[in-house]
Design a protein around this ligand. Structure first.
Ligand SMILES: *[C@@H]1O[C@H](CO)[C@@H](O)[C@H](O)[C@H]1NC(C)=O
Ligand SMILES: *[C@@H]1O[C@H](CO)[C@@H](O)[C@H](O)[C@H]1NC(C)=O
Ligand SMILES: *[C@@H]1O[C@H](CO)[C@@H](O)[C@H](O)[C@H]1NC(C)=O
Length: 593
C-alpha cells in the first residue's frame, strides 16, 4: 500500500526534486511581480461571500468577516492583482448559475462531511479551520478560473508562447513509481508554492490524482494532460528550452544581486542547465538546484517565468518556510505551522467514490466507538520482511498501546474456560468500545490482536473491535488501488490515536489529515523499545536540505536552516534517521491533562 521503494527515494533525494524549464519572458510581458503589487494598508476586512458554495468557505459556523493578518493581506492583494490583470482590468465574472453548474458537474460530498469526522473525536485536540487560508484559497480559485478562461485554447496559448493575460503556470507532476502518499505530498507542496507565487497549478491526469480527489478550485479544473501541453520538457525541448538570452539575463541579474561579478563559470545558468535539457538527471556536487530552489535570489528569477514544470517524489513543503521571502506570509497564514493539515483538508478532498467507501467503513465499524485507534504497518521489503518482522512488530505495537493506555490491558492468565472473576465486570451496563482500524498489506497484526482480545477479558471490561478491510499482499498501482488506499487513509485519519510505520508517507498523510501526533513503531534493528511519540503533526521532508546553499545570499549561505528558522528541525531518528527537515507544529493532538 506504500509508496516507493527505498531505492526510488534515494534516487530522488540525490536527483532534482524539481526540473524546471522555461522560456523567456519577453520585455513587454505583463507578468505580475508580486513585489510590485501595492500593499494593502494594515488590515483588510474580507467579507466572505454569503452564498456559501465557495470551495473553501462553504461550511462551519458562518463567519462574515475575517480580519486578515497584514502578510496574508499582502498575498491576497497579489492574487487579486494577478486576477485583475488576467481579466483585462475588469472584475472577473462568475455568476451564481455558473457556480451552481460547476458544483453540479463536480460534486464533492467530503467538502461538507470531512471536518465533522474529525470534530467528533473526544480524545483529541483538533484544529479549527483556518479562515485566513480559506480566504487565500478562495481568491486563488478566482485567479485559476480567470486565467484558464482568458488563456482560451491553452494548447495554442502555450505553443505560441503567449503571455497576453500575464498568467503564470506550474505543471505539478510526480515521478513515476510513486505511491499515493508521495504523490499527494509532492503535488500539495507545489500547490502551496503555486499559490504563494500566483501561478495556475495544473496536475497531470497521469498522476491519477484527478481520478481520486475532488476538483479543488471552484469554477475551473486542475487537470492537464500531455495531449494539450507537451511535457515532460525533456521530451519536448523545443517548446521548453529557454533561449540564450535567458542565461545571459540570469548571469547579469545574479551578478547584480550578489553585488559582485560572478566569477568564472555561470553558476545559475549551469544550475538551470543541469536541471534541464543537457544533463537532466545528473547533479554534480557543485550545483544543487534542488537546494538553491530554496533561496530568495533564485526565487526572484523564477518569478517571471511563465511556465514551470516540477516533478519529484518527496514532500518539500517544510523548506518553503526556509525561503526568506515566503516565510512571513507562511508564518502569518499558519501560525500553528499546520500548513499540511489545512491544505489536505481543503485542497485534497476525497472524491465521492472514495468518500463513499470511507463512510461505509466508518458507519459499519468506527462511528459508534468511544475511541478509535488507527494502525498502519508497512513492511518495507514485502513478504520476506513481513515473515521476519511480523512477530516483533506485533509485540511492539501491543506493548506500546497497552503501556500508553491506547488499548486495554488483558489478563492472559485468564482464558475462556476459567473466566469467572471477570463475568461481573464484563456485564457492567456501560461497556466502552475501542475500534481498531488496521491498514496493512498482511493480516498478521489483525490475527494477533484478535487472539489477544477475543480470547481474554480486558481489564476494564472494554470491547475491542478490530477491522482490516484489505490485505493485498503486495503494493499495486492504478486508479482503483489509489482509491482504496485513500479510503483507508481517511479511516486511519479519523483516529484518536494513530500508529504509523516510520518513513512511510502513507501513514504520514493520515496523521496530517487527522492533525495527529502519531506513535512511531520502532523499526530500527538495534533499538529495543516499542515506539516513540511524534513531536509534530507535520511529516519529515526525507533527505531535505538542512543547510542553506544560497551563494548569492551571504546572510544565510552555509548556515543550518534550523538556526535561521527554529521550527524547522532535523527529523527525529525514530522516523527518518538519515536526515531531513521537519516542520515542528505547535499544535498537538494531545489533550491537555
Ligand atoms: C487548440 O489549439 C491547438 C494548437 O493551435 C489546435 O491544434 C487545436 O485544434 C485547438 N483546439 C480547439 C478545441 O480549438
Ligand atoms: C506523456 O506523459 C507520459 C507520462 O509522463 C509519458 O510517458 C509520455 O511520453 C508523454 N507523452 C508525450 C507525447 O510526451
Ligand atoms: C506557535 O509558535 C510561535 C513561535 O514559534 C508563536 O509565535 C505562535 O504564536 C505559536 N502559535 C500558536 C497557535 O501557538
Amino acid at each position: 500500500m506504500h509508496i516507493v521503494s527505498p531505492q526510488v527515494v534515494l534516487v530522488a533525494v540525490s536527483t532534482a526534486v524539481i526540473i524546471l524549464l522555461l522560456y523567456l519572458v519577453t520585455e513587454d510581458s505583463t507578468t505580475i511581480a508580486s513585489s510590485k503589487v501595492p500593499v494593502a494598508s494594515l488590515f483588510i476586512v474580507e467579507p466572505l461571500e454569503s452564498r456559501g458554495t465557495d470551495s473553501a468557505a462553504d461550511e462551519g459556523p458562518s463567519s462574515p468577516d475575517v480580519e486578515l493578518r497584514p502578510e496574508v493581506a499582502k498575498l491576497v492583494s497579489a492574487i487579486k492583482e494577478a486576477t485583475r490583470v488576467a481579466a483585462g482590468g475588469k472584475e472577473p465574472s462568475f455568476s451564481d448559475d455558473e457556480r451552481d453548474a460547476w458544483h453540479a458537474e463536480n460534486p464533492c460530498r467530503s467538502r461538507r462531511e470531512l471536518l465533522p469526522k474529525y470534530a467528533r473525536r473526544k480524545h483529541v485536540q483538533d484544529v479549527a479551520r483556518n479562515r485566513q487560508w480559506d480566504v487565500v484559497l478562495r481568491e486563488y480559485s478566482k485567479l485559476h478560473r480567470t486565467c484558464l478562461r482568458t488563456s482560451g485554447n491553452l494548447t495554442h496559448y502555450f505553443m505560441t508562447k503567449s503571455t497576453s493575460n500575464g498568467c503564470k503556470f506550474l505543471i505539478a507532476d510526480v515521478m513515476g513509481g510513486s505511491g499515493l502518499g508521495n504523490k499527494i505530498l509532492v503535488v500539495l507542496s507545489n500547490i502551496l508554492y503555486a499559490i504563494l507565487t500566483q501561478r495556475v497549478v495544473l496536475v497531470p491526469t497521469d498522476t491519477l490524482l484527478p481520478f481520486v480527489f475532488c476538483e479543488p478550485f471552484e469554477g475551473s479544473s486542475w487537470r492537464v494532460d500531455n495531449d494539450s501541453i507537451p511535457f515532460p520538457p525533456l521530451s519536448h525541448p523545443s517548446h521548453w528550452q529557454p533561449p540564450q538570452e535567458f542565461y545571459d539575463e540570469f548571469d547579469r541579474s545574479m551578478r547584480d544581486s550578489a553585488g559582485q561579478a560572478a566569477t568564472g563559470s555561470r553558476p545559475y545558468a549551469s544550475a538551470v542547465t543541469s536541471l534541464g535539457l543537457r544533463k537532466p538527471w545528473i547533479l554534480d556536487d557543485q550545483w544543487h538546484p534542488r537546494d538553491r530552489f530554496f533561496c530568495n535570489q533564485e526565487q526572484e528569477r523564477y518569478r517571471d517565468i511563465p511556465w514551470l514544470y516540477m516533478t519529484g517524489c518527496l514532500y518539500t513543503l517544510p523548506n518553503l518556510f526556509a525561503v526568506g521571502s515566503f516565510r512571513p506570509t507562511l508564518e502569518a497564514l499558519f501560525p500553528d505551522r499546520m500548513a499540511l493539515t489545512h491544505l489536505l483538508r481543503t485542497v485534497m478532498l476525497p472524491g465521492d467514490t472514495v468518500w463513499d467507501r470511507s463512510i461505509r467503513i466508518d458507519d459499519a465499524y468506527l462511528a459508534h466507538a468511544d475511541r478509535r485507534v488507527g494502525i498502519q504497518v508497512r513492511y518495507k521489503d514485502g513478504t520476506p520482511h513481513y515473515r521476519k518482522m511480523n512477530e516483533l512488530y506485533n509485540a511492539r505495537i501491543t506493548e506500546c498501546a497497552r503501556a500508553n493506555g491506547i488499548l486495554p490491558d488483558v489478563d492472559v492468565s485468564v482464558d475462556e474456560r476459567t473466566d469467572d472473576s471477570h463475568v461481573a465486570q464484563a456485564a457492567r451496563p456501560k461497556r466502552s468500545v475501542v475500534a481498531v482500524f488496521i491498514a496493512c498489506l498482511y493480516t498478521g497484526l489483525h490475527d494477533h490482536l484478535t487472539r489477544l482480545y477475543l480470547r481474554h477479558p480486558s481489564a476494564g471490561g472494554e470491547s475491542v473491535a478490530l477491522v482490516q478491510v484489505t490485505h493485498e499482499d503486495r503494493q499495486e498501482f492504478g486508479v482503483e488501488v489509489d482509491r482504496q488506499a485513500l479510503a483507508e487513509v481517511m479511516c486511519l485519519s479519523f483516529s484518536d490515536d494513530l500508529f504509523v510505520t516510520p518513513i512511510s508517507t502513507y501513514g504520514g498523510v493520515a496523521q496530517a489529515y487527522g492533525a495527529l501526533n502519531p506513535w512511531f513503531l520502532e523499526i530500527r534493528p538495534n533499538v529495543d523499545k516499542p515506539c516513540t511519540r511524534g513531536v509534530s503533526v507535520d511529516i519529515c521532508y526525507q533527505g531535505g536540505l538542512e543547510k542553506y546553499v544560497c551563494p548569492y545570499d551571504a546572510k544565510v549561505n552555509g548556515q543550518p536552516i534550523s538556526h535561521v528558522v527554529p521550527y524547522l528541525k532535523r527529523c527525529i531518528p525514530e522516523d527518518y534517521a538519515r536526515g531531513g527537515v521537519q516542520l515542528i507544529t505547535n499544535h498537538s493532538s494531545v489533550l491537555p491533562s
